[in-house]
Design a binder for this molecule. Structure first.
Ligand code: SF4
Length: 372
């Protein structure tokens, strides 16, 4: 049985009535448990828990320290193509955007890789738009081949692939992938994705599972908070992660906290998520998934990123550009969204050390590829 098949039963649980009915004692009960169930997750995402964030924060900080110590993994995204056949209404790369588009040549990928590697980073997240004819799996394999010379850890954030294609990406050197469902609400998903291959909700929802079946070591997922109701999306994303953890114990399943940012064409989130809401999502997900890595990107301000660190965040992006060629190969690209924390890798690493954290640039690599 796939997660898609069980999700119907889960989503039926999270109605506004069910949320309003959760009481303080439900939250206290959830806080006392070591392994939380869906009912507990619901309590932690309810308005009742929203009034008890300090209690949640104390427990989340304790759990994070126990499972991760003070290590924080750093990585950066590398945009290699912004061609896209989709019309996601919230994205600066959408097919309706006029103006030039860019795809890096392999030589330009090498220039970007050299610049990023010089900052000390050893994990890179490769991004493309969704335009298979322009950036097919063969192109991704070639990009990975170039990047493998520089980085022991490569993640992909590209269009949804088949299981066979994920296996090819692993052979080409990909360690993992990140794929957001955007919103788990199928009707809202339809509205946000009016045309293009990404309209296929079910194919996207199954992508993390296909990647795990293919043998991907690391799989990151999330909703894009602000597209749909954040409590429902946070609930579904956490259940999705738990389901994958239970069914693929050999894979590391991780979560992210992307929040809608205005993009170049000026689209504004329909259902804004406040800092307090984002904090509640982090705390609820950390308590429900004590071992999951959780990423907070440069979509968020330096202050918020630093404040949320002790509460469950274990991965930060750094030295970020959200345009193709933005690390040096080409500075003329259009950004996918605005970055709120534009500090360099060394500035982020210095901030972490000052706060008593250890910036981690790579956590492992195959023994036959050992480099200093
Ligand atoms: S979110 Fe992805 S698929 Fe959608 S328009 Fe942007 S780049 Fe294309």
């Amino acid at each position: 049985m796939s997660f898609a098949e069980v999700m119907g039963a889960y989503t039926g649980m999270i109605t506004s009535k069910a949320l309003q009915e959760r009481q303080r004692q439900d939250v206290i009960r959830a806080l006392s448990k070591d392994r939380l169930g869906p009912e507990d997750l619901l309590a932690l995402l309810s308005p009742a828990a929203g009034a008890m964030l300090e209690d949640l924060a104390r427990r989340a900080a304790e759990i994070t320290l126990r499972h991760f110590g003070r290590a924080v993994q750093l990585f950066t995204p590398l945009y290699v193509s912004d061609f896209c056949a989709n019309r996601c209404v919230y994205c600066g790369f959408n097919a309706d955007r006029n103006g030039p588009r860019r795809q890096l040549s392999l030589e330009e990928v090498r220039v970007e890789a050299e610049r990023i590697a010089a900052t000390g980073l050893r994990q890179v997240l490769v991004l493309t738009g969704d335009a298979r004819p322009k950036a097919p799996p063969e192109f991704l394999e070639q990009v990975l081949a170039v990047l493998r010379e520089f980085f022991p850890s490569l993640l992909l954030e590209v269009y949804a692939l088949t299981q066979g294609e994920y296996a090819r990406m692993i052979d080409a050197g990909a360690e993992g992938l990140v794929i957001y469902q955007e919103t788990y609400d199928p009707e809202q998903y339809d509205r946000m994705h009016p045309s293009g291959p990404k309209r296929d909700y079910a194919f996207r929802l199954d992508a993390p599972e296909r990647a795990c079946h293919a043998g991907m070591r690391w799989v990151g997922l999330s909703a894009l908070y602000g597209l749909g109701d954040w409590r429902t999306d946070a609930f579904c994303a956490a259940l999705h992660a738990r389901w994958l953890q239970d069914h693929f114990p050999g894979a590391e399943i991780s979560l992210s906290l992307p929040r809608m940012r205005p993009h170049a064409a000026g689209w504004q989130p329909e259902q804004p998520v406040s800092d307090r809401d984002l904090t509640q999502i982090l705390l609820a997900q950390r308590l429900f998934l004590p071992r999951a890595a959780i990423t907070l990107s440069t979509r968020e301000s330096p202050r918020l990123r630093e404040n949320l660190l002790p509460l469950g965040v274990t991965r930060l992006s750094a030295g970020v550009s959200t345009s193709v060629g933005g690390h040096g190969a080409d500075q003329s690209g259009t950004p996918q969204f605005e970055v709120a924390d534009d500090r360099s890798v060394s500035e982020i690493a210095a901030m972490l050390r000052e706060k008593g954290y250890q910036p981690v640039f790579k956590d492992w690599q195959p023994l036959d590829q050992v480099t200093p």
